[in-house]
Every structure is written in C-alpha cells, then in structure tokens.
Design a protein around this ligand. Structure first.
Ligand SMILES: NC(=O)c1ccc[n+]([C@@H]2O[C@H](COP(=O)([O-])OP(=O)(O)OC[C@H]3O[C@@H](n4cnc5c(N)ncnc54)[C@H](OP(=O)(O)O)[C@@H]3O)[C@@H](O)[C@H]2O)c1
Length: 363
C-alpha cells in the first residue's frame, strides 16, 4: 500500500479536525503529496506540534472563511503549476458544533458555501489531472430527522434523503436539525453541481453515522474533546450524565474514525467508488452499551461512570431504524487490496477512545 500515493497529490480541507487528522496520517503513510487547508497559521503549527514527524511533509494553505469571495481560487491556481499537480480533493471542513446561536450563518452557510466554492474552483482551475472529489458527507443526509423512533422502520439505503428543511431547523431553534440540514444541503449542492457543470473529475460522497475513536488531532484540555467523542463517550465519564436511563442520543449507529479515514483514502483510487454515495455504519451505539464497555475495561474509572441497567441495551421506547449496507459494503470491499471490508466494532472503538483520552490527559 505504501506506493499508492506515488506521484499523486491530494488537497485535504480542515486538516486539523478529528476525522481529517486520521485521513492526513494515512495519506502521508501511503506516500501522497498533501496540500492541507486550515483556518489559521496557528492551527497548522498545532498539527506539526502534535505530530513533529510530519514537519516539512505538508503544504499548508490558510483558507479562513468559506463565505468570502472565491476562497479556493488562488490555492488551485498555485498548485496547478506545482511539480505534482492536484489529482484528488478530500473535502472534510464543515461546522460540527451544536452550541451555536445562528443556525443559518454558523452552520448552514459555511457547509453549503464551502462545498460550492471548492467545487467551483476545482472545476475552473483544477486542470486535467484532477480525477476525483471525495466529500465527507454524513448519514444525517440519508436518514429522516422526523422518523418515529419508537418503532423500527424500513432500513435506510443509499437512495434515501433526509427531508429536513432550513425553516424547520430555524423555527425550532434546534441545532441538531441545523446540522442535519447543513450536511443534507451541502451534499445535495455537490450532486447538483456535478449534474449542471459536468466537470472532468467525478464525485464520491461518504456518509458516516456517529464517529467515535481515538483522537490524534491537536487538542488541549478537556473542553477540546471533539463534539461526537464527547457526547457519545466522555460525557459518561466527566460528570455530565449522572444516570444512563434518561440519556438519549440523536442517532444510534456509529463508525470508528479509523474506518472513516481508510474509506476516504481507498475511495480516491477505487473505480467502484466513482459517482457513488457510500454509507459507513459499523453497528449500534447506545448510552448503555457505551457505559458497559467503559466499566468493563477501565475499572479505575468505575466510580465516575454511572452503571445504568447493564442488561437493557436500548433506552425505553427507542427502536432505531437500521441500515441496508449491501451496496456500500460491496464498494468498500472493492477498494481494499484483500477484497473485503471489516469494520472496527464498538468495544474496540470505545476502549481505544477512552485510552486516547487518558493518554492525552483530557478526561
Ligand atoms: N464526528 C462525526 O460524528 C461525524 C459524522 C458524520 C460526518 N462528519 C463530518 O466529518 C467532518 C469533520 O468532522 P469532525 O468530527 O472531524 O469535526 P471537527 O474535529 O470539529 O473538525 C471540523 C473541521 O472543519 C473545520 N470547520 C468547522 N467550521 C468551519 C467553517 N465555518 N469554515 C471553515 N472550516 C470549518 C474545522 O476547523 P476549525 O478547527 O478551525 O474550527 C475543522 O478543521 C465534518 O464535515 C462533519 O460533518 C462527522
């Protein structure tokens, strides 16, 4: 695998993020040349401080505001004539914080404009070498935010779209809905762009559910645990939840961050991934499953983690709709040298996440 990237150049956006840091690690390991965007020089410096061995291997570009005029044009212009022109784009940067005041300005606009602007620049200035654009989407643009969660429905497939609207999110002042709209509209915009402009490159969208897993991105202190690792795991250790039974998750399926990263890098060169949506779901995640795993593997944390009712896996009245993964699994398998795809399971994901929080002293 180490030679996959030879002579190929990837543009990765939001490189300091939880997921993007894992993507960056694999890109470098596989020998890709990498141009990485972050919002400030300090964030680029933080990446190198966290991973000193990456020094000199990444071409950092600062893109501070997706809602500015043509924020990506200069980047594409400059890299067009570089020794190794761009071959692929992986776009991950998008707001993922639920504590926001203005859903439209802080969530939806940056998500949709970021995607539109980078696609426009890639189309106009990407040149003939640009082959594929991989967008980090989300399962929230597939599932139905308003589904009746008290009974299991028909499993979701790659053909489903979340019907949620901007107005619903804003009227209800619901930031989870706001996030769902931002991802749904961001992805729809990308597919519409492809249909209207027919660029030379193709598009792959990867749609993961809740992402958990070890953190290798720059962090400092407990407040800097990324949003999903916090609500799904750390919140049961740091005193946020005193009980388990009354905790509800916004979604009940997960995937490990290492699988998310792997799938993105595989998708660059996997012919089967072209023009596809790829669902990425390992299995069920519930508050009770998470605390059971933490208490089983970390006896030293037992006093801090509520016990709940270890044998009742699903919260009362919750019956999450499942996912029909057949089409996506087939594509993911074709992207692997060994011809099969195997997900990291919840036990491993939660254990490795908690260990990384202990190792990095953020609990
Ligand atoms: N974590 C999950 O459960 C999950 C599930 C499905 C999909 N996703 C998607 O995965 C991607 C990365 O999420 P993550 O979990 O890695 O979150 P994260 O650690 O918060 O990373 C988000 C990245 O996006 C950048 N970003 C946020 N708002 C931005 C804005 N307004 N303009 C420019 N850049 C902005 C951040 O930059 P700063 O550090 O400068 O803010 C950061 O680099 C997102 O597209 C998210 O929707 C995540």
């Amino acid at each position: 695998m180490a030679s996959q990237g030879n002579g190929q150049h990837v543009l990765l956006t939001g490189a300091n993020g939880f997921v993007a840091s894992h993507i960056l690690a694999i890109l470098l390991e596989r020998g890709f040349a990498v141009t990485a965007t972050v919002r400030s020089q300090t964030k680029a410096d933080d990446i190198i401080q966290t991973h000193p061995s990456w020094k000199g291997k990444i071409n950092f570009v600062i893109v501070s505001d997706f809602t500015s005029q043509h924020p990506f044009d200069e980047l594409f212009e400059n890299t067009k004539n570089s020794a190794v022109p761009l071959t692929y784009v992986i776009h991950t940067a998008s707001p993922l914080k639920f504590n926001v005041k203005d859903i439209q300005k802080e969530m939806i606009e940056p998500a949709v404009m970021g995607t539109t602007e980078i696609l426009k620049s890639a189309h106009r200035h990407g040149g003939a070498t640009l082959k594929r654009f991989v967008l980090l989407g989300s399962a929230v643009s597939v599932l139905d935010s308003f589904e009746d969660i008290t009974r299991e429905g028909r499993p979701y497939t790659e053909n489903d779209w979340n019907p949620v609207t901007v107005q619903q999110a804003i009227n209800r002042k619901d930031t989870v809905l706001g996030y769902n709209v931002s991802k749904t509209q961001g992805e729809q915009t990308a597919w519409e762009f492809m249909k209207t402009h027919r660029p030379k490159f193709d598009l792959t969208v990867i749609n993961p559910d809740i992402i958990t897993g070890p953190m290798i991105h720059p962090i400092s202190g407990s407040g800097s645990i990324n949003e999903t690792n916090h609500f799904a795991i750390a919140s049961f250790i740091d005193g946020t939840h005193k009980t388990v039974e009354d905790v509800r998750f916004p979604f009940y399926h997960f995937v490990d961050v290492r699988d998310v990263a792997q799938s993105h890098v595989d998708a660059l060169t996997n012919p089967a991934a072209g023009s596809q949506r790829i669902l990425l779901i390992s299995g069920l995640i519930t508050p009770q499953l998470v605390v059971n795993i933490i208490r089983r593997h970390f006896p030293a944390l037992e006093d801090r983690v509520p016990e709940g009712n270890p044998s009742q896996i699903l919260p009362d009245g919750i019956h999450p709709t499942g996912w029909d993964m057949r089409v996506s699994l087939d594509i993911l398998s074709k992207g692997r040298k060994e011809g099969s795809w195997k997900y990291i399971e919840l036990e491993q994901s939660v254990t490795d996440t908690v260990q990384s929080m202990i190792d990095r002293n953020v609990l």
